[in-house]
Design a protein around this ligand. Structure first.
Ligand code: ADE
Length: 236
């Protein structure tokens, strides 16, 4: 999808349209993800996904974006002036005020861990995702963000994979993006399942290498199927 694509508005209904801006040093990392059918559905509905490369807006010479850490130590730190310049080039106004009208998120292993409830919260507003690389973003990014989010207790090479996880979890909450809305309402970790895992799914063949499907699922008795599924969810 082209950078800054506004998308084709097809059938937004009365739903709020979400704009998600991703700031990264590696916009090409998002190409495959943004070509997926549910993302294209979202764009067709009028939601927008805009990618910005910090390098395209750096005020520094030689497209510099990072610097050595004060106090010494390994690695490079993404500069706060570069982050602000990119934000203010794309979303006019004072970068520190952006969080007043939207969620501005730094992806960092030090953040609050992403879960279904947080994804649902994020889906209610426009979103700005700031991806760090190297040693991360200068700590003064805290003046810019409303949230610091981690996708798990491990360190990735950068925020891009985490940003895609956040985008994907959020996008599945937007009405009309997933063609079968029931699959979103009752999927694993959702409120409907009280945060638990979804029941197991099976499909044809009914038997493969002696591995069978529970008889109840082949019975045609929808009440029994519902009771079996509910019991599986309770078992976890
Ligand atoms: N950047 C590096 N590691 C990360 C993680 N676990 N979650 C979010 N952003 C990250």
């Amino acid at each position: 999808m082209p950078r800054g694509s506004a998308g084709r508005r097809v059938a937004a209904g009365r739903e709020r349209l979400v704009r998600a801006d991703v700031f990264t040093l590696f916009p090409q990392a998002f190409e495959w993800y943004l070509s997926q059918v549910h993302v294209r559905n979202a764009v067709a509905l009028g939601h927008r996904f805009c990618l910005t490369n910090y390098r395209d807006h750096t005020p520094l010479s030689h497209v510099q974006v990072d610097d050595a850490p004060y106090g010494g130590g390994a690695g490079m730190v993404l500069r706060i002036d570069v982050v602000c310049a990119a934000l203010e080039a794309v979303l006019p106004g004072d970068a520190a005020r952006l969080k007043d009208g939207r969620r501005v998120v730094e992806l960092t292993p030090k953040g609050r861990q992403l879960d279904d409830a947080l994804a649902a919260e994020l889906a209610r507003q426009d979103l700005v995702l700031l991806c760090g690389r190297y040693e991360g973003i200068d700590e003064r990014v805290t003046h810019l963000v409303s949230d610091r989010i981690s996708i798990g207790p491990y360190v990735l090479s950068g925020g891009e994979v985490a940003a895609m996880a956040v985008l994907d979890a959020v996008m599945r909450k937007l009405p009309g993006v997933i063609s079968n809305p029931d699959s979103v309402v009752s999927e694993s970790h959702s409120a409907v399942l009280e945060g638990g895992a979804e029941y197991p799914h099976y499909t044809r063949p009914a038997e493969f290498r002696g591995w069978t499907v529970p008889d109840v699922l082949l019975s045609g008795d929808h009440g029994a199927v519902d009771r079996w599924r509910a019991a599986q969810v309770r078992k976890g």
